[in-house]
Design a protein around this ligand. Sequence first.
Ligand SMILES: C[S@@+](CC[C@H](N)C(=O)[O-])C[C@H]1O[C@@H](n2cnc3c(N)ncnc32)[C@H](O)[C@@H]1O
Length: 237
Amino acid sequence: MVAAWARSLSESSYDLVVQQLIPGYASLARLSVALLAASPLAASPGAAVLVAGCGTGAELLEARGQRPDWQLTAIDPAAEMLVVARRRLEEAGPDGPPGARPAIRWRQSTVEDLDAQAAFDGALSVLVLQSLADDGSKLAFLTALARSLKPGGQLVLVDLMRSERSPLQAQVEQAWLSFQAASGLKAAAEAFDALSHGLHPIGLARLTALVNAAGFSDPALIFKALAVEGFLLQRRA
Ligand SMILES: C[S@@+](CC[C@H](N)C(=O)[O-])C[C@H]1O[C@@H](n2cnc3c(N)ncnc32)[C@H](O)[C@@H]1O
């Protein structure tokens, strides 16, 4: 259930390696939060926002910076990720006085096990869906996310996607490895193989079918760097 590649990294190396792997990763959390903050429901002061699969806390840190008023719920099934995220957020500054900066609610849970019916005005899920098999697990995850949102609530979903086949694909893949090597990733090809083991990327048509079945509108593309794509989705009323 938990992403093998995320678990295989020691907590401190995750943040470095993910930046070496994904072009533009450093801006992803910033963009994701900015998008959600512009959504009709999450724009309201004190909006309730779910960070699903918070990992080491990149989206939480960014949300704290851009929208200190948000009531954040951070969930992740991996205890070791929650420990790192909590420490990182504490180091960034204590929760402020009551009312100014609500304390983050931390839950060790998957989205599927979170009992939250229409509790959130918005949600972020960055690099999580890719680790679930397309055997009903992806649909269960997306359905649980939709259920946790109020009607009209929006989700920013970022994931590794299956690349379209093209005669130039081999060159694109080679360039991605070169990007990783130039970013300092040791033995980029081997590291990439090891880390991508256990991931289940899907194409856009399949993603659209799954999110529609889960209760979301069609995905709007908001980010693309090689095979990593981000989408804005809205829970249907
Ligand atoms: C690759 S990390 C991404 C972390 C963070 N969002 C980021 O972009 O840096 C994926 C995280 O999703 C968590 N995860 C895996 N399955 C999940 C599920 N069903 N519900 C919630 N989180 C899940 C993993 O434990 C892991 O911490």
